[in-house]
Structures are given as structure tokens and as C-alpha cells.
Design a protein around this ligand. Structure first.
Ligand code: G3I
Length: 372
């Protein structure tokens, strides 16, 4: 009799079990789902750092385990005038990260863009000497890394110094110091905080010429006994570009150097690109209506294609989770994304995981379910 009663109860029990596991996965967030795999992060703008954009901040606190500042830690903002450092916004950013127990990234110490003009010029506006630039780089990196010693876990030490064909970018750093500015930057950063992780960060990091040049750079740094912990693959991606094969090859190539690969500025544009996938902000193109087809929302077909792209990418990250340190989205909601103004100003793009109403897109639950 008792067995018969139990058999009657079984379907109810199973239903209860199923619904609570389903409910349990529904309550899981990105950061909980990926906590044993890699950090899942996002980039914060000033409104989020200062808590003005309350809805974004709630998403960041609940969904992400790592943060990076979208702009306020770049040299033009941290040292707008020689010797005058402005830490207010960056301090707030780090405090937010500490309060929410996040893996905090400093972006970035040396970059040709958003760098103050005074950094490279003397009082007559001419290029400074290599000695002077070396001193300015040392002072900039030492002051900032020391200021956040033990509080920032990883630094993008140098950003975008190599072109897609593997040549060095002809930046002012390169013009005045040649390739030497990179080893110097890693040396100064390590001396200022020996426990901080140090990265080289770039975009189009799957281009063969650039990939080989980055491998050569890493070997040079290691031969000189300089610490480097990872390669930042910005990953400003399109629906079809790059192919998963060439992208996977980059992840494997960099981690085979004994480093971790990090996906540092992930976004997947749903819009047609007038050309490749450059992230060089000055390569902006003229607005054309046909390049902006989803002003009022993605079609179900376009959403499906975009969603499958994210799912394919995260399947790849999970496949290589032992090689990956973090996956950081370059912003919280589509509203914030730089892709609305690049490579064509004034478009309506859908590159991130949360929509303009601060709602998680359906892909978020699917990315969580991937970890099951
Ligand atoms: O700070 C000024 C503000 O005073 C002014 O009122 C406002 C009006 O135009 O502009 C503000 O500056 C803007 C800045 O973002 C801060 O919001 C610049 O015009 C704008 O060009 C700058 O864009 C940033 C871009 O880097 C600059 O290169 C994007 O937000 C940021 O997402 C983007 O991020 C870079 C990564 O650091 C490196 N990898 C590529 C990635 C995309 O370019």
C-alpha cells in the first residue's frame, strides 16, 4: 500500500524537483554561472562609476565579477597636465570594485590614443628627447601603479602598439623611443607593484601578421626577464568576422606562450560593417541609411543570428576555460556602447547583453545554461 502511495507521489515529486532546478537556473547570474571558469566582466562609464546610472549599477553588481574603466584611467584623464594627476573618478571606480569584491583591471597605462599632447612635446612643441620621454613614462606609470598598489589586480600596460600587418604602429612613443617603450613600460609597472598582473592589449588580435608580432614581443619581454601575464584580445567582433577557427587559433597561440588569454572588450555588432573590424577610433565612416537597418529593433532573424554568434563564442571560451583569465564585455547596455558611433556615427547597434531598457536579452539565460 505504502509503495503504491509513493508511486502516486512520484510525478509530483519529480515535477517539484524539475521546477525548483529550473527556478534555480533562472536565478543564476552570469558571474555565478562562470565563477569556476573565468571572470566575467564589463566596462564602466562615469555615470555608472558615480552611481548616477542606477539601473546599470544594479546589473553590474548582480551579473559581473570583474570591472574595467571605459575611459577615466587613460593618460589624458589621469595626468592631463605634467605632474598634475587627477584620481577622483578612478578612485571611485576602484572603491566600487572593492566594495563589490570584483577583479579590477586598470586600462590603460600607455596608448597612442587619448594621450595628452604634452607627453611627447617640449615647450616649443617639438618632440622631446628619448631621455625625457623615458622619464615621463616612468613617472606616469610609477605614480599611477603605486597609487593603486594591491588594489588593482591587472593592468593593460600597453595598448594597440602593433598594426594588423605586424609592423609597429608609428606612434609618438615609437617615433621617439622605437620598440623600447614597451619593455620599459612593463619594467616600470612591475617595479611599482610586483604582485599586479601585466598584459599587452590589442584589437584584430587574430590577424596572422599581428599575432606573430605579438608572439615575438612576448618572447622578447620574457628573454629580458620581464613579467607579462597575459594577452588582451579586445574582441570587437562582427557576426561573421573573424571566423571561429582563426579566433580560436589566436587564443591557443597566446596561451601556448605560457600566458593567459583575456577577452577584454567584447562586443558583437549586429550591423553591417562598411569594412573590416578596426577599433581605431579615427577610422569613422559617413552615415548611410542602408548601414543602419535596425533603428527600431532587430528582426527575429537578425536577433537569432546575433544570438548564435554569442553562443558560439562562449562555447569556445568554455572549451578553452583553462587558457582564459576573463571575458569582459565593453559596456553594460546597448545604450552605452561605442558601437553606436563607430565605425559610423549615429547608428543603432545591439552589441551587448543588456538592452536599452536595462533588460537581460534572452541570450543571457542561454549563456548561463551553457555552463550546466
Ligand atoms: O570627455 C569628453 C567630454 O568632456 C565631452 O563632453 C564628450 C563630448 O563629445 O566627449 C568626451 O570624450 C569622449 C570619451 O570617449 C569619454 O566619453 C570622446 O569624445 C570619445 O571619443 C571617447 O570614446 C572612447 C574611445 O575609446 C576613445 O578612443 C570610447 O568611449 C571607448 O569605448 C573607447 O574604448 C577603446 C578602448 O579604450 C581601447 N580599444 C578600443 C576601444 C574602442 O575605441
Amino acid at each position: 500500500m505504502r509503495t503504491y502511495k509513493l508511486l502516486l507521489l512520484l510525478p509530483t515529486l519529480l515535477l517539484a524537483l524539475f521546477s525548483c532546478t529550473a527556478q534555480k537556473s533562472k536565478n543564476t547570474t552570469l558571474k555565478d554561472a562562470y565563477k569556476d571558469k573565468f571572470f566575467i566582466g564589463t566596462a564602466l562609464n562615469l555615470d555608472q562609476i558615480h552611481g548616477k546610472d542606477v539601473q546599470s549599477v544594479e546589473i553590474v553588481k548582480s551579473q559581473f565579477s570583474s570591472i574595467v574603466a571605459e575611459n577615466c584611467m587613460k593618460s589624458m584623464y589621469l595626468q592631463p597636465e605634467e605632474g598634475k594627476f587627477f584620481f577622483d573618478d578612478a578612485d571611485k571606480f576602484v572603491e566600487f570594485g572593492e566594495k563589490n569584491k570584483m577583479f579590477i583591471i586598470g586600462h590603460n597605462l600607455l596608448w597612442h590614443s587619448q594621450a595628452p599632447r604634452w607627453f611627447f612635446t617640449d615647450k616649443d612643441g617639438k618632440n622631446v628627447t628619448p631621455e625625457v620621454l623615458k622619464e615621463r613614462i616612468k613617472n606616469h606609470i610609477t605614480t599611477i601603479v603605486t597609487h593603486y598598489k594591491g588594489r588593482i589586480q591587472g593592468w593593460d600596460v600597453v595598448n594597440e602598439a602593433i598594426l594588423d600587418d605586424g609592423q609597429y604602429r608609428k606612434s609618438k612613443f615609437y617615433e621617439i623611443l622605437g620598440e623600447e617603450f614597451i619593455p620599459l613600460a612593463f619594467q616600470y609597472a612591475h617595479e611599482a607593484d610586483p604582485d599586479a598582473e601585466l598584459y599587452y592589449n590589442d584589437y584584430n588580435e587574430w590577424f596572422p601578421g599581428k599575432r606573430e608580432a605579438i608572439v615575438k614581443l612576448v618572447k622578447t619581454l620574457k628573454e629580458r626577464g620581464l613579467r607579462i601575464d597575459g594577452i588582451g584580445m579586445q574582441s570587437h567582433l562582427g557576426i561573421e568576422t573573424p571566423s571561429l577557427e582563426e579566433y580560436e587559433k589566436a587564443i591557443i597561440t597566446y596561451s601556448d606562450l605560457g600566458l593567459k588569454a583575456s577577452i577584454t572588450e567584447l562586443d558583437v555588432s549586429a550591423l553591417p560593417s562598411p569594412w573590416g573590424t578596426s577599433a581605431n577610433i579615427s577610422d569613422v565612416n559617413k552615415y548611410k541609411k542602408e548601414l543602419d537597418p535596425y533603428k527600431t529593433g532587430l528582426t527575429p532573424e537578425a536577433e537569432k543570428v546575433w544570438e548564435n554568434r554569442y553562443l558560439d563564442l562562449f562555447k569556445l571560451y568554455l572549451k578553452h576555460q583553462d587558457r582564459i583569465r576573463r571575458v569582459t564585455l565593453w559596456g553594460v547596455t546597448d545604450l552605452q556602447s561605442w558601437k553606436n558611433d563607430f565605425p559610423v556615427r549615429g547608428r543603432t547597434d545591439y552589441p551587448l547583453l543588456f538592452d536599452r531598457n536595462y533588460k537581460a536579452k534572452p541570450v543571457v539565460q542561454k549563456l548561463i545554461d551553457l555552463t550546466k
